[in-house]
Design a protein around this ligand. Sequence first.
Ligand code: AP5
Length: 211
Amino acid sequence: MKRIILLGPQGCGKGTQAKFISEKYEIPHISTGDIFRYNIKNKTELGVEALKYINDGNLVPDDLTNRIVEDRLKQEDCVNGFILDGFPRTIPQADALREMTDIDYVVLIEIPDEDVIFRLEGRRMCSGENCKDLIYNINTSPKPQNEGVCDRCGRGLYQRDDDKVEAIRKRLQEYHEKTSPLIDYYGDKVISIDGTKDIEEVTKDIFDKLD
Ligand code: AP5
C-alpha cells in the first residue's frame, strides 16, 4: 500500500514528481491546487469560492478543502494508495486527514526560498485539457521546444495568476507559518529529499526511498 503525502514549499517539484510516482506505482495523483483551478476555470460554486483566496496567495479555508479531499479519497481508484499533493497544508487539515485514512509515507522535498521564486516565475502551463500533467519552466527545466508553445498539443502556454512575485511571497509566508509545522507533526514518517538536484535525480532519490 502506498498512501503518500508530498510535502514541501511551493515550486519544490511536488507536481513534477507526483506525475512520475503516479505512473510508477499506478496510484492517483490528487492535487488540491489542480482541483481548485479546474473549478475556477469551469466557474463552479467551489471555484468562485476558491478564487477569493488563491490568486492572492492565501489558503482556501480548511473545512472546504477537507470536504473535497474526503470525497476524493472515497473514490475507487484510491484503494491501493494515492499521492496527496498540496494537502494537508495546516495542522487542522492533518487532523482531519487522520480521521479519513492512514498514511504510509510523507515525502518532504526541500529547496531554499530563493529557488522557489526563481522557479515559479519561470513556470508555464499548457491551457489544453489533456496536458494538465505537463509543467514547463523557462528559467530551469523542462523548457518548451518552441517558446510559449506546448510540445504536446501546440497550444499557447500561460503563467498561473499566483505565480506573480507578490503572490509567491505570500504563499511562501503561508508555507513557513502554517505548513512547515507538519514536518514535526509527521515526525518519523518524513523522508527528506534534496529538491535542488535535477528533476531525474530527485525522482531517483524518491523511488529509492519508496522502493
Ligand atoms: P498548489 O497548486 O498546490 O500550489 P503550491 O503548493 O503552491 O505548489 P506549486 O504547484 O506552486 O509547486 P510544486 O511543488 O507542485 O512545483 P512544480 O512541480 O510545479 O496550490 C495553489 C493554491 O491553491 C494555494 O496557494 C492555495 O491557495 C490553494 N490550496 C491548495 N491546496 C490547499 C490546501 N490544502 N489548503 C488550502 N488551500 C489550498 O515545480 C515548479 C517549477 O519548477 C516547474 O516549472 C518545474 O518545471 C520546475 N522544477 C521542478 N522540479 C525542478 C528541479 N528539480 N529543478 C529545476 N526545476 C524544477
